[in-house]
Design a protein around this ligand. Sequence first.
Ligand code: ADP
Length: 245
Amino acid sequence: MSGWNIIHFDIIDSTNSEAKRRAKEGLRENTLFRADAQTAGRGRFDRRWESPPGAGLWMTQLFQPSGIKAMAAGGAVFLSAVALADALRGMTGADVLIKWPNDLVLNGKKICGMLAECGLKGEMCDWIALGTGLNLTKDALPEELIYASSIEKETGARIDTDELVEKYLAAFDALRQLWETEGLAPIIGRMLPISATVGRDVKVDGTPAKALAIDTDGALICEFPDGVRRVLAGDVSVRGITDYV
Ligand code: ADP
């Protein structure tokens, strides 16, 4: 049993919105909100996240991190990315990779997105609502999402979601402990071998660049035609030169 209180909805607007509502009411205990469907799932910049009924794992963790500065709270997406990639690799054997900063990809297609939102107390992070949308079944997503895919579509596997959540939370808790004591560096160290971005030619908001590394703040170090610069998560969209990755 994990140390997370799991609350399950058949249908909800957005698990991140629910977690934020509950945080504003004062909830701080480790709580995981899951829904079979979301009517208003969100990605970054309020973009819509498709969450058809029973087609994926739509969930948000609400927790109070210890000793994490407000500026560093966004690093939480790296924890969920590494933990979920590890859990999926373990259960399916599939070569799940992490597209910086907040997506999981399989065979070059986006199977999962993550979104961290937080509340602040002075300079510190008070709570984090860490949302994850993982596509599981096939044939449920709108066809216009040409870069999207699912675990079943790519591997043929139908996985047990309860088992996945259990494995994910165990991996997440271990990474959280590291994050709270040592910062993001060890998490980035775990991420680099399964990065779909580092070492690749990418486009940063349309400008070609080479992704060289991820620093210990989680920024992507890119070589542009006019020099090397840090690219901050939250600011930009990173794509492959011709494809999604
Ligand atoms: P990105 O990180 O790719 O810039 P977001 O994290 O903000 O984008 O995710 C939102 C975008 O993801 C949407 O604009 C849409 O293109 C795409 N999308 C929406 N729902 C899904 C889904 N279930 N699976 C894969 N991609 C999706």
